[in-house]
Write a protein that binds this ligand. Structure first.
Ligand SMILES: Nc1ncnc2c1ncn2[C@@H]1O[C@H](COP(=O)(O)OP(=O)(O)O)[C@@H](O)[C@H]1O
Ligand SMILES: [Mg+2]
Length: 372
């Protein structure tokens, strides 16, 4: 268990300013996911934490102890940071059994043999591969090899485990299984985990907190559901959620402690208490309303205050149906659970809860009204 605090971290590769004045606190026991598109600096930050890269500016502490202080040229060696790192390519030693792959690092640390056996078996059991202990890597499936790599990382009971896209080489079904395993593992060992991924579903399903990157800066750090419900700007809203959030353009104005919003599907008033602290432009201003596809309810008959809409196309996919709709020239997507069959051009009636809408100032791109 450990608490990590990063302050004002800058990392350059030549002219490339990869981490830009980055500040992040990872609380003891967090499963913190660094999420963002490829090339935004996630691996670089993980390598800074591990001690494999030196930032040009900034400080880092683990449990209050200074590990990095760039101004004083203080960089504690990787081996003295009490952490373990698992990379995307989880190279196991091919000439060693699963057991020996896990035991190897412990032997180097000169831990007594009996204790080593206890630690190795415990971590193999935690990863549910204790029965495979005598197999060599080429006798294990990709998923089993990945479990050995993670068992190796947790065997020495480090305070901090760093995982860099550890599931990206696995097929879709194994990834889902391993997400569940990692989540359970985190609960059982209680270690602090920093996990890197570009896959928002992985981030949403496993983390206690997500740090969302936008080009070397952190756009938002929040628990998964908070990030999903209320992405802080339009880029974050667009990145989080599959299928993607709908953006409906309109106009807004703020007066008498009410935000009045006009979009193609209707007009809405929101109370001040549902608004963020972001500054609100004077007069009428362009806004963008975020509407999650699963927040659109489709009725075949009119209900109270429902909105008539036209079916553009339905995409039944077994467990869910994606439906493209149009209202007054505005096209957007709805998601329904189960199989639904609609005629193209059919008129349907939409029910939308205004509380679930996010409102963004189009110019600043910032969230001004929260979904509640
Ligand atoms: N060792 C390095 N030397 C030079 N540039 C690097 C090095 N490592 C990473 N970069 C650059 O830093 C940026 C961020 O890379 P990285 O942290 O690997 O991104 P991510 O893990 O989010 O995909 C990229 O532009 C990448 O080309
Ligand atoms: Mg990376």
């Amino acid at each position: 268990m450990s608490r990590i605090e990063l302050k004002n971290i800058d990392k350059f590769f030549g002219d490339n300013h990869v981490l830009r004045n980055l500040n992040l606190v990872i609380e003891d026991g967090d499963f913190m996911t660094l999420l963002g598109p490829s090339g935004c600096g996630k691996t670089t930050l993980l390598r800074v934490v591990a001690g494999l890269e030196k930032p040009q500016n900034g400080t880092m502490t683990i449990d209050g102890v200074e590990i990095i202080n760039a101004a004083d040229a203080l960089f504690v060696e990787p081996s003295k940071r009490d952490l373990n790192l698992v990379f995307q390519s989880y190279a196991l030693w091919p000439h060693m059994t699963a057991y020996n792959n896990v035991a190897f690092g412990l032997k180097i640390k000169k831990i007594p043999a009996a204790k080593i056996e206890e630690m190795v078996m415990k971590s193999l059991r935690l990863m549910r591969i204790d029965e495979l202990k005598d197999r060599y890597p080429n006798e294990l499936s990709g998923g089993q090899q990945q479990r050995v790599a993670i068992a190796r990382a947790i065997a020495s009971e480090p305070k901090l485990i760093l995982l860099d896209e550890p599931l990206s080489n696995l097929d879709a079904k194994l990834r889902i299984d391993m997400r569940a395993e990692l989540k359970r593992l985190h609960r059982e060992i209680g270690a602090t985990i920093i996990y890197v991924t570009h896959d928002q579903i992985e981030a949403l399903t496993m983390s206690t907190k997500i740090a969302l990157f936008e080009e070397g800066c952190l756009a938002q750090v929040a628990p998964p559901m908070e990030l999903y419900m209320n992405p802080i700007d339009l880029v974050a809203a667009d990145f989080i959620g599959n299928p993607r959030i709908n953006f409906l353009k309109g106009t807004a104005s703020y007066s008498n402690e009410k935000l009045h919003v006009k979009i193609n599907i209707g007009e809405y008033d929101f109370d001040k208490e549902d608004m963020t602290e972001e500054p609100i432009p004077e007069g009428e201003f362009p806004c963008v309303v975020g509407l999650r596809p699963e927040q659109v309810y489709i009725h075949t008959e009119a209900v109270e205050s429902s909105i008539p809409a036209t079916i553009y196309a339905g995409q039944p996919a077994g467990s869910e149906t994606l439906v493209t709709l149009t209202v007054g020239g505005q096209e957007f997507l709805a998601k329904e659970i189960g199989l639904k069959d609609y005629e193209m051009g059919q008129t349907v009636y939409l029910e939308i809860d205004p509380n679930k809408l996010n409102v963004y100032d189009e110019k600043s791109t910032r969230l001004i009204k929260l979904a509640v």
